[in-house]
Design a protein around this ligand. Structure first.
Ligand code: ADP
Ligand code: MG
Length: 581
C-alpha cells in the first residue's frame, strides 16, 4: 500500500485559491431572463392600466355629478344612456390592456420556465420594487448586488406577499433562500410597524424556518441576519451554540431542536412555517420515531392553521409532499421552475468509467493533477470512506490541503471545518451526504462524486453545490463495474441536462422500484480506499478486547472446572500451614 502511495505522491502544483475581492462580489449574474424591451412594455402597460383605472374613477365621479344635475334638469333618460355607453368603452379598453399585460407576463413566465398551479394565481414581479416590499429591504438587496429577482423569486414573492401557502421547486443555486426570506421579513416588518401591534406581542414567535442540517440552518440564519440588520426584527439560530429564543421573531432550526423544546416555544402567533429542503424533511424512516416526517408533523400540529401559512421549498420535487399538501393545506399555490427533478444546467456534468475501486484512485489522482482549480467537494458514501479518502489524497500530495466532514465529527469540529473551507484553508473537502443539500459555497467549481450517489435526488443536490447563482461549475461522477446496475437513472438526468453520456449506458436495464428503495437504505459494499491509522488502532483494540474476553471466558470455564481440585489444594495448604504454626 505504501508503495502505491509513493507512486501516487508526486507534485501537484497549484497556487493558493484566490480570495474573493469586492469586484467578484459585484459581478453577480442575473438569474432570470427579462429583456429591456419586456421591461419597457411592462412599464408602458402598467402606466396605461393605472391611467385607465384613474380615468375610470374620474368618469365615475363625473357621472355622479352629472347624475345630480340630470335629476335637477329632469332629463334623466337621455344622459344616462350616453353615460352607459362611454363607461363600457372605457371598461373594454382596460380589459384590452389587462389582456396584453397578461400575455406579456405569460411570455416572461415561459422564457424563465416558471410553471404554476392553483386558483387565483398572483402575477409575477419583474423587479423587486414591483412588490410592496419596504424601501429598507430594497436597499439591502442593492447593497448586496441583488438587482433582479430570480425566476423562483419572481413568482414566490407575490404568492407569499398575498399570504398564500406555497409549494415551490426550483433548481439548486437559484435563490430559494431569498425567495422565502424576503416576504417573511417584509411581513414581520410591516406587522411590527402597525400601531395596533402592542409590546405584549413582542415576545411572540412569528416565523420558523426548518432546515435538515446544522450547517444549513447556520447558513440560512446568516442570510436572515443580513436582511434583518438595522431593523427591529430579531432572528435566532436554534441549532447554534447560543440562542436567546425568548425574544426571537424568526427562528431557524433543525426540526429536532424545535420538537424537543416545543413546550417552551409559543407558536400561537406564528405567521410562517417555512420548510426548506421539504422533500428531505418529509422522509420517513421505518421504525424511527424521530424521523423528519414525524418531527415536522409535531411542529405543524402545534401551529394555528388560521394564522400560520406554510411554504415548502426544494430543488427536488416529491409527489409525496405534493399529495400531502393537496390533502392538508387549503388554497396552496404551486410553482415549479424548470423541469421537475433535473440537475442544474450551469454545471457541466461528466460520467467517468473507472472499472474498479482502484481505477477510481487513479482517476482522482489524474483529475487533481491536471484540470483542478480549488476548492472542490468530493462526495463518498460513508464516514469511514471519507477518512480513508483524506488519507489517500494526502498521500498523493502532502501539500494538498484536504480534510473531511461528516456526522461522526463533533459539532465544534464540523463548524471549524466549514469555516476553514469557506476561508479557503481547505482546498478539497471530502464529505458525506451531510453536505449534499443546500450549502451555498459559491467558490466551489468542482464536485466529484467519488462514490456513485444512490438516487437521482442525491445526485441533483450533490452536483448543485457548484454552479450557483448562475456561475458555471463542473461535476464528475465515477462509476465502476459494480455500479452498472444503478447507473441508468443518473445517466438519464445528465443527458436531460444536455450533457453527453455513452449510448450503452442508456441501454442498460432500469432499476426496479424495490431495488431503488433498497439502494437508499444500503449503499453498495466497496473495497476500502485506504487503511487509516485510527481504523488500525480501532481494529487492534477490538481484537485485543475480543481476545481478553475470550481469555476471561476460558479462565472462568477453567476456574469452574478446576474448583474442586483447587479446594482440595487449599485444604491441604491450610493443613500444611497449621502444621507449620
Ligand atoms: P438555492 O437555495 O436555490 O439553492 P440560494 O438561496 O442558496 O440557492 O442562493 C444561491 C446564491 O444565489 C446565493 O449566493 C445568493 O446570494 C444568490 N442569489 C439569490 N438571489 C439572487 C438574485 N436574485 N440575483 C443574483 N444572485 C442571487
Ligand atoms: Mg437552498
Amino acid at each position: 500500500m505504501s508503495l502505491a502511495f509513493r507512486t501516487l505522491s508526486f507534485g501537484i502544483k497549484r497556487s493558493q485559491p484566490k480570495k474573493k475581492d469586492a469586484d467578484d462580489l459585484n459581478k453577480k449574474k442575473e438569474l432570470s431572463t427579462i429583456t429591456e424591451e419586456s421591461l419597457r412594455r411592462y412599464d408602458e402597460l402598467r402606466e396605461k392600466m393605472i391611467g385607465k383605472v384613474e380615468s375610470k374613477i374620474e368618469k365615475k365621479v363625473k357621472k355622479n355629478k352629472k347624475k345630480a344635475s340630470i335629476e335637477i334638469l329632469a332629463s334623466r333618460k337621455r344622459v344616462h344612456d350616453s353615460d352607459g355607453d362611454s363607461e363600457n368603452e372605457v371598461e373594454e379598453t382596460v380589459g384590452d390592456v389587462e389582456k396584453r399585460m397578461q400575455k406579456l407576463l405569460d411570455d416572461i413566465r415561459r422564457t424563465n420556465r416558471i410553471f404554476t398551479w392553483g386558483d387565483h394565481l398572483p402575477n409575477i414581479i419583474l423587479r423587486f420594487s414591483d412588490s410592496s416590499m419596504s424601501p429598507s429591504l430594497l436597499n439591502r438587496l442593492s447593497e448586496n448586488s441583488i438587482r433582479q429577482p430570480s425566476p423562483i423569486q419572481m413568482q414566490s414573492i407575490p404568492f407569499m406577499t398575498e399570504r398564500r401557502n406555497v409549494l415551490a421547486s426550483a433548481p439548486t443555486g437559484s435563490g430559494k433562500t431569498l425567495a422565502f426570506a424576503l416576504p417573511v421579513i417584509d411581513e414581520i416588518l410591516e406587522l411590527k410597524q402597525r400601531a395596533d401591534y402592542s409590546s405584549s406581542n413582542s415576545s411572540k414567535l412569528l416565523a420558523v424556518v426548518l432546515e435538515p442540517t446544522r450547517e444549513l440552518a447556520a447558513q440560512t440564519y446568516t442570510e436572515f441576519l443580513k436582511y434583518c440588520a438595522n431593523t427591529s426584527i430579531s432572528a435566532a439560530n436554534f441549532s447554534g451554540e447560543e440562542t436567546d429564543i425568548q425574544h426571537a421573531d424568526i427562528l431557524v432550526s433543525t426540526p429536532n431542536r424545535i420538537v424537543f423544546h416545543l413546550d417552551k416555544i409559543d407558536t400561537s402567533s406564528l405567521r410562517w412555517l417555512v420548510v426548506d429542503e421539504s422533500d428531505r424533511l418529509f422522509e420517513v424512516v421505518e421504525g424511527q420515531d424521530k424521523c423528519f416526517r414525524n418531527q415536522l408533523a409535531a411542529i405543524y400540529k402545534a401551529c394555528d392553521a388560521k394564522c400560520t401559512r406554510v411554504a415548502f421549498f426544494s430543488a427536488t420535487f416529491s409527489h409525496e409532499v405534493e399529495k400531502w399538501c393537496k390533502e392538508n393545506i387549503d388554497e396552496i399555490g404551486m410553482v415549479c421552475v424548470g423541469e421537475r427533478n433535473s440537475s442544474n444546467t450551469s454545471v457541466k456534468q461528466k460520467l467517468t468509467y473507472c472499472g474498479t475501486e482502484d481505477g477510481k484512485k487513479i482517476a482522482i489522482r489524474n483529475l487533481l493533477r491536471t484540470s483542478f482549480k480549488p476548492p472542490a467537494l468530493v462526495f463518498v458514501q460513508s464516514k469511514d470512506r471519507a477518512v480513508q479518502l483524506v488519507k489517500l489524497l494526502s498521500a498523493i500530495d502532502s501539500n494538498l490541503k484536504v480534510d473531511s466532514i461528516n456526522s461522526g465529527k463533533s459539532d465544534k469540529e464540523r463548524d471549524e471545518t466549514m469555516e476553514r473551507f469557506r476561508r479557503g484553508e481547505i482546498w478539497v473537502l471530502v464529505c458525506t451526504e451531510l453536505l449534499g443539500r443546500g450549502l451555498d459555497l459559491s467558490d466551489v467549481g468542482l464536485v466529484i462524486n467519488y462514490d456513485l450517489p444512490t438516487s437521482i435526488v442525491s445526485y441533483i443536490h450533490r452536483v448543485g453545490r457548484t454552479g450557483r447563482a448562475g456561475k458555471s461549475g463542473h461535476a464528475v461522477t465515477y462509476f465502476t463495474d459494480a455500479d452498472m446496475k444503478y447507473i441508468k437513472s443518473i445517466a438519464t438526468v445528465i443527458r436531460q441536462s444536455g450533457f453527453d453520456v455513452p449510448e450503452y449506458l442508456m441501454e442498460m436495464k432500469k432499476v426496479s422500484r424495490d431495488r431503488k428503495k433498497d439502494m437508499l437504505k444500503h449503499a453498495p459494499k466497496r473495497h476500502k480506499i485506504a487503511i487509516v491509522k485510527e481504523q488500525v488502532i480501532k481494529k487492534k483494540k477490538m481484537l485485543a478486547k475480543a481476545a481478553a474476553e475470550e481469555k476471561a471466558k476460558n479462565k472462568t470455564e477453567t476456574q469452574t472446572a478446576e474448583k474442586p481440585e483447587k479446594k482440595i489444594k487449599k485444604k491441604k495448604l491450610i493443613k500444611k500451614n497449621n502444621k507449620n504454626i
